[in-house]
Every structure is written in C-alpha cells, then in structure tokens.
Ligand binder design. Structure first.
Ligand code: TXA
Ligand code: MG
Length: 342
C-alpha cells in the first residue's frame, strides 16, 4: 500500500492533510494521528471491515479491545450505552486530556472494537491536531497505539512512520507527544472507579473527584516483582533490560562494577549520568520530575532498537503520581529487576 505522509506543522498543506485523513476514514481506511500521549492508528469504529484493518496492521490479537476517540465528550452519547455519574465527573474535569473512561457499550459500534465485552473505552484527546481531525471526521474513531504489537508505543512521528509506512493509508505527523505514555484507563462501570492502566491523570487526581477502588492503585509491591524474568512482556525493545532500584550512589557503584560494552545503554537520571563516563547515556531528566522519565522512556527504547543495543540498564522511579505510569511500562518491558542497597 502507498501511504500518504503529511507534516501537520507545514501550514501550506495542513488543510489538505486533514481532509485526506478524513476521506480515508470515511472510505474505511486506517490513519495514523498524533495525540498528547502516543501516536494512534485510527479507523471508523462503526465499520467492522475498517476496524479489522487495525488488527491486521498491528498484528494485534483480536481479543484485546480498542478504545474509541471523539472530538468532544458530548459526541459519545450517540454511540455508547449508559455513562455513569463517575464517568461524567471525570470527563468534566479531565477531558479533553490523557484519560480513557470505560463505560457501557451499545450496538452502534463494531463488535470488533469491544472484543465482545459489554463495555467500551472513550477518550477525548487534547492535542490540537487530534481534536481538529476528530471534530472534522465526525465519526467515532477506534484507535490503539500506532506501533506493531509488542513494540514500544510511538511517541515521535518518525517511529510511527517506521511501523506504519506501507500499512496505513495516511500518516499525520505532528510533534513529539507531550506525555509519552498512553492514557490512564479507568473502569467507570462499577460503584468505585478502578484504575486499569496508570497514566498522566494520576490516582491522586482521580481521588479528588470520584471514589477510587484502593486495590486498583498500583502499589509498590505490585510494580516491583519479587522474582525477575517472569513478567508478561509487552512494550519490549530487543535489548535485555535490567531495572535498577536504588539511590544514585548505589546505582553508580553497581554500574562501575558491571561489564559495560559498546552495545550497552544506560538510561538514568542526570544526577547519575553526569558521574559516569560511558558511550550510550540516555537521560531521564531530574529524579524529582518523573514527568521527564515518562516522556522519554518509549523514545529511548526505540533509539536502543535503532542502534542495535543489546543490554539496557535503567533506573526505577519512586511510586506515586506519574512515576506509577513510568514503572508500569518499565515493569512490562524489563527482563530483570535488581533492588540495590539492601
Ligand atoms: O493514550 C492512549 O490511550 C492511546 C492513544 C492512541 O489514544 N491509545 C492506546 O490504545 O493506548 P491501546 O489499545 O494501545 O490501549 C488501550 C488499552 C488496552 O490495554 C485495552 O486492553 C484496554 O485499553 N481496553 C480497551 N477497552 C477496554 C474495555 N472495554 N475494558 C477494559 N480494558 C479495555
Ligand atoms: Mg498499545
């Protein structure tokens, strides 16, 4: 397939790009578009033939449901079932934004979107390009992250092109995604809200407005498995990933004793990196600002794949806030977890 690739930051072709993307969706095609979390791969959520193309392009198992994107939350009422009071409150406070609410579904959407479940995820991105595209297409757009299944989600246009050129009809390129991790997913079908995937809207943010099921908040115990190497893998670069959990001092002395070759990468906070002299150093920014770690993790993993990195040492963050989203992605990608200083 010949993919049309557009740079949305080029004002001279902007209108043509958005129209081309809207036409492709209406004709049952698939379109890559930027959002503030990660790049998405979208199709008309009411058209099963179109939705099937998403699963084929990604190599995604059909039992994993897709979330549905709208330009405005009010547009979702025509396509979903009951929207609970909790879902409404969350939408009012945090949408548009990096969160997905799970509500009851209706038969207006393709059954492939929900993978046979009686619920569906609704998301209203705040990225200006995403919103403009979604408002103009005026259809519910089912969209997972625009990576090939198992690879890190694309947070930069070049990574979306790498995975989807030749597979999607249109690729809309924006800038690097603001958050770099996928939206917070919250199940709003019960009395208490359950956090299914941590993201930039944090447990603390949600607890201010709705009752949250405590058991669903990612606790340190869950994030840091006792025995390494047994995790179900997901966001996986090809390198062997070793997560180090400890103070700057502990990590620095561990690395100085370790075997570091030219195809090893070190993904650490600046306070650690500035005291180590090695080739492939990738920054997670300031330890007190986990936003940067979340923003960079997938881009660093992609860089490692491109450079043929075989081994990655990477730092954990403390839990709470967006650090939970970072640790959730790292836990799914890592092969080994080492707790230092005990
Ligand atoms: O930020 C994001 O959410 C990005 C951008 C493109 O919007 N999308 C995204 O989609 O990350 P995806 O498919 O990669 O992740 C959606 C997650 C999956 O883990 C899926 O299993 C879960 O949401 N999910 C979807 N529908 C669900 C449902 N009805 N019940 C429970 N989980 C659901
Ligand atoms: Mg994904």
């Amino acid at each position: 397939m010949k993919t049309k690739i557009y740079d949305l930051t080029d004002k001279t072709i902007y209108d043509e790009a958005i129209s081309s993307a809207c036409e492709a969706i209406k004709a049952g095609g698939i379109v890559v578009f930027p959002t503030e979390t990660v790049y998405g791969l979208g199709a008309d959520a009411t058209n099963s033939d179109a939705v099937r193309k998403i699963f084929e392009a990604k190599g995604r198992p059909q039992d994993n449901p897709l979330i549905v994107h709208f330009g405005d939350f009010s547009d979702c009422y025509d396509y979903v079932g009951e929207v609970s009071e909790n879902a409404g409150k969350i939408a009012e406070t945090y949408m548009p934004g990096p969160i997905t609410v799970i509500v009851r579904c209706s038969d207006r959407l393709s059954p492939l979107v929900t993978a046979g479940l009686d619920s569906v995820g609704v998301r209203v991105p705040e990225d200006e390009y995403a919103r403009d595209f979604l408002r103009k297409v005026n259809l519910p757009v089912a969209a997972p992250s625009a990576n090939i299944s198992g690879k890190p989600s694309p947070t930069k246009p070049e990574y979306a092109i790498e995975d989807m050129n030749g597979r999607a009809d249109v690729i809309l390129c924006g800038k690097m995604c603001d958050y770099g991790v996928e939206s917070t997913v919250v199940d709003c079908t019960g009395e208490k809200v359950r956090i299914l995937r941590p993201g930039a809207v944090t447990a603390e943010d949600l607890m201010m407005i709705v009752p949250v099921d405590e058991a669903s908040i990612s606790l340190e115990a869950e994030l840091r498995p006792k025995s390494p190497g047994m995790k179900y893998r997901h966001y996986k670069p090809s390198a062997h990933i070793i997560a180090l959990d400890g103070s700057d001092e502990d990590i620095i002395s561990y690395i100085r004793d370790a075997e570091i070759s030219d195809d090893t990468a070190l993904i650490f906070f600046d306070s650690i990196l500035e005291r180590l002299e090695y080739k492939n150093k990738l920054s997670l920014g300031n330890r007190n600002n986990p936003e940067t770690a979340a923003h960079e993790i997938f881009a660093h993993f992609r860089w490692c794949d491109k450079m043929g990195i075989k081994k990655i040492y990477i730092s954990c963050t403390s839990s709470g806030g967006i650090g939970d989203a970072y640790m959730n992605r790292l836990t799914k990608a890592m092969d080994e977890y080492i707790r230092l200083g005990e």
